[in-house]
Design a protein around this ligand. Structure first.
Ligand code: ADP
Ligand code: MG
Length: 365
């Protein structure tokens, strides 16, 4: 279902003023630092918080309209919520947890249980006896998968996800990210995903809304906003180097034909599908002369700026004369000593090099 929001909420030292919309089946990521108002926004959408002004519409139902005095309670909004913590009912089995929503909607017991088992088999295919287990008999990552099944079991018109990967350890997060991609994105579930991770937004969302201090700073298609941030604020949040292109057997091919080698993530994707190559600026080595030898991606750039950042110096690239535009803004974090060795200044021709093992190639958009 579609989503249409325009709300304001005032607290003593914080105000939220946000308008956003989502088309049916669209996944919108809300990206922003701590305290930006992301959870407050989700609270307003889910019906846990009343805004001071504005409206929320889900499909053709108005669930909040301050002016008209409309406030549909949370459980009658057809909105599912997946929080950071799984928050399963501890005394119930996994199956009963997942069947709970459909049962509350009046789905007959047998049918609700069958739906629960099918969903559990989908999100956790290889855990024997899963339906009969209680949450305490599952790992954190497994509980979060059960919580996902529970959130989608009532077939909500809108699914809200509040940092669903934040509480998972580094081993569990990638698999959960892939599962979310399959269930949410590929399943055409309209969703609002709150995250402070640019990677989650890239892998999961069609569009991104960047929130800062309760205001929308930037919004648009995910790859555009994060790949070419218009504000330093967004660039800082994105915090990653990102090159858009399409997949081709083990590499990413950019619009101008450059091949970027990396590790493919997020399961199999066909040749020609949109993808992004992502790596941290700390993985970029910078050279004054073209490096040869060990296999890596070597990109000819022009130095655009030098920004001190604590212990490191961030070098920002721009394309050389006639070079591809995706080089614009690419960042490399190097030591002050390395900058001195390079004797580089804005305008200098440099080479940015990044090993294929440091580059992740993700399906996107
Ligand atoms: P985020 O989820 O983006 O980290 P929140 O929406 O939780 O941000 O918080 C936005 C602002 O509102 C913060 O300044 C936070 O301190 C404040 N805040 C959050 N919850 C409450 C509350 N229940 N009462 C008062 N202030 C709150
Ligand atoms: Mg929050």
């Amino acid at each position: 279902m579609s989503l249409d929001v325009d709300v304001r909420l005032d607290r003593e030292s914080f105000s939220l003023d946000v308008a956003l919309s989502a088309a049916p089946g669209e996944v919108v990521a809300v990206l922003g630092p701590n305290g930006a108002g992301k959870s407050t926004l989700l609270g307003i959408l889910s019906g846990l918080l009343r805004p001071d002004a504005g409206h929320v519409r889900v499909g053709d139902q108005t669930v909040t309209d301050v002016g008209a005095g409309v406030f549909v309670p949370a459980h009658r909004r057809g909105v599912g919520l997946l929080a950071q913590q799984a928050l399963l009912f501890p005394h119930m089995t996994a199956e009963a947890n997942v069947a709970f929503g459909p049962r509350a909607q009046g789905v007959p017991k047998r049918e609700a249980e069958a739906r629960a088992r099918a969903l559990l088999a989908d999100v956790l295919p290889d855990v024997p006896g899963l339906p009969g287990r209680k949450p305490a008999q599952l790992s954190g990552g497994q509980q979060q998968r059960v919580a996902l099944a529970r959130a989608i079991a009532p077939e909500p018109g809108l699914l809200l996800l509040d940092e669903p990967l934040a509480a998972l350890d580094v081993d569990a997060a990638p698999a959960m990210r892939s599962l979310l991609r399959r269930v949410i994105r590929d399943g055409k579930q309209t969703a609002v995903l709150v995250t402070h991770s640019a990677l989650d937004a890239l892998v999961l969302a069609d569009r991104v809304v960047v929130l800062g201090r309760g205001r929308v700073v930037e919004q648009g298609p995910t790859r555009e906003v994060l790949g070419r941030p218009r504000s330093a604020f967004t660039a800082r949040i994105a915090g990653l180097d990102l090159i858009p292109g399409v997949r081709e057997a083990g590499v990413l091919r950019t619009g101008d034909g450059t091949m970027i080698a990396g590790r493919e993530t997020g399961g199999p994707a066909g040749t020609g599908e949109p993808a992004v190559a992502v790596f941290p600026p700390s993985a970029v080595a910078v050279f004054a002369e073209e490096p040869h030898g060990s296999p890596r991606n070597v990109l000819p750039v022009r130095l655009a700026s030098i920004e001190p950042r604590g212990d490191v110096v961030r070098l920002r690239a721009a394309p050389r004369e006639g070079g591809p535009e995706w080089l614009d803004g690419l960042a490399a974090d190097v030591t002050p000593a390395a900058v001195a060795d390079l004797a580089a200044e804005p305008g200098s021709a440099l080479w940015f090099a990044v090993k294929a093992t440091e580059v992740e190639i993700h399906p996107a958009g």
